[in-house]
Design a binder for this molecule. Structure first.
Ligand SMILES: O=C(O)C1=C[C@@H](OP(=O)(O)O)[C@@H](O)[C@H](O)C1
Ligand SMILES: C=C(OP(=O)(O)O)C(=O)O
Length: 441
């Protein structure tokens, strides 16, 4: 990818002059949009995605599916309101090339789809995508009958030689480095000849809500899925082969991307409303209601959405984030501004995310005067007065939003490459300054 020098420029993170009071419309969920695209592409009839997220990760997913022959028409919905994408499934085909960027969902969810295509599908992406774990997907697909050429490291780049069908059946996977290995195999499972039975063999399994999201969305398109929670064996998921329905699905706002805005209410002692917060969801961001309440805020789910209010006090927290790892950078940023220390646990696998997030958070907060230490599976954060400086982001969207949170309370923070937020959150700077502008209007 060519980097535009303007994108890596330093962005002066706005300092909050007072308590924020704003309503923020957060764009659609990355995780839901990319699952919905895959399931719609594998269905036996066309479907609709309403209010899809339009961001780097989701456009890469749509582009990759189009390259394999799927029709995706971007436009307005059947009732003429709001953005909606029409997905028209077609016989999956190669040769095709997939650019995964640095999207975990694209690099893990699409190789099983490619195994169903007729022809070779080449996968490549950003340099970081070569380092992110993919062995679980590659080894499992080979065990299920696929032919894959990689360079022997079990990582990108690689070519999946689709033969139009895959046997499927039982397979063992160590998904301790990413829950996306399990999700990937389950999502395409209904289209494998024998379905799929995925047995997780590792000691730990992160991001369980994201696996529940996969299961819920599969069931919503007619798949039969047996899970440990529905009375099955622990660590075993079974998907029965069968046709998938085309659906008309409205995508929920991305609750993990609501995090910086909720944090703004907490940090400034203000109030932020997030419309369309779902009453029931599998998104891990829903845990923020509890976590940010423990850290000093309060929230109410109303007809207007989630109303989150800060008091001005920010407390430290001792919390296991293994289920909700993607919330860690934002929680670490708030914790660095708290009135007592924090311990964030259960997130060793974050070393393999967009960047090594534990190292990056430690270095960047400490360079502003903070006192953060890495543990085997997380961070200890002892708040200290911070000063301005450059906050490096390592092409990680959540590092950029974490820096913006600190910038609200600390003058002179400049964020490197704020444009990296476009991975999942289009126009973050606009939404952020809009939120801060509302209290001055
Ligand atoms: O399935 C998904 O949509 C995701 C699963 C999680 O991945 P890991 O299990 O690799 O942490 C999460 O961190 C990522 O942002 C999105
Ligand atoms: C880990 C993340 O993304 P990915 O889907 O690329 O794994 C994230 O969004 O925090």
């Amino acid at each position: 990818m060519t980097v535009n020098p303007a994108d890596t420029a330093l962005w002066p993170a706005p300092h909050a002059s007072g308590a924020v009071d704003a309503t923020v419309h957060v764009p659609g969920s990355k995780s839901v949009t990319n699952r919905a695209l895959v399931l719609a592409a594998l269905a036996s009839e066309p479907g609709w995605l309403r209010r899809p997220l339009r961001s780097r990760d989701t456009l890469l997913m749509a582009g990759a599916l189009r390259a394999m022959g799927v029709g995706i028409e971007e436009g307005v919905g059947p009732d003429g309101t709001g953005e909606a994408w029409r997905v028209i499934p077609a016989g999956l085909r190669g040769p095709a090339t997939v650019d995964v960027g640095n999207a975990g969902t694209v690099m893990r969810f699409l190789p099983p789809v490619a195994a169903l295509a007729d022809g070779p599908v080449r996968f490549d992406g950003d340099p970081r995508s070569y380092e992110r774990p993919l062995h679980g997907v590659i080894d499992a697909l080979r065990a299920l009958g696929a032919r894959i050429d990689d360079d022997g490291r079990g990582a990108l780049p690689m070519t999946v030689h689709g033969s139009g069908a895959l046997d499927g059946g039982p397979v063992a996977v160590d998904a301790s480095s990413s829950s996306q290995f399990v999700s990937a195999l389950l999502l395409s499972g209904p289209r494998f000849n024998q379905g799929v039975e995925v047995r997780h063999t590792g000691a730990t399994l992160p991001s369980m809500p994201h696996i529940r999201m996969t299961v819920d969305m599969l069931r919503a398109v007619g798949a039969q899925v047996d899970t440990p929670e529905s009375g099955g064996e622990p660590n075993v998921w079974r998907v029965t082969p069968g046709a998938l329905l085309g659906r008309d699905l409205t995508i929920e706002p991305d609750l993990s991307n609501a995090q910086p805005f909720l944090a703004a209410a907490l940090v400034t002692g203000g109030r932020v409303v997030i419309p369309d917060w779902p009453a029931r969801t599998t998104q891990p961001g829903d845990r923020l209601r509890e976590i940010f309440t423990e850290m000093g805020g309060s929230c109410r789910l109303t007809e207007h959405g989630l109303v989150f209010t800060g008091t001005g006090a920010i407390h430290g927290i001792d919390v296991d984030l293994s289920e909700v790892g993607e919330l860690t950078p934002g929680i670490a940023a708030v914790a660095a501004l708290a009135d007592s220390p924090s311990t964030l646990r259960g997130v060793a696998h974050l070393r393999l995310h967009e960047t090594d997030r534990l190292a990056a958070l430690t270095k960047e907060i400490n360079e502003l005067g903070g006192d953060v230490t890495e543990t085997a599976d997380g961070l200890h954060i002892r708040p200290r007065p911070l000063h301005g400086g450059v906050f490096h982001t390592y092409e990680d969207h959540r590092m950029a939003t974490a820096g913006a949170i600190i910038g609200l309370a600390v003058e002179g923070i400049r964020i490197e490459n704020v444009a990296t937020t476009a991975k999942t959150l289009p126009d973050f700077p606009g939404l952020w300054t809009g939120m801060l502008g509302s209290d001055r209007a």
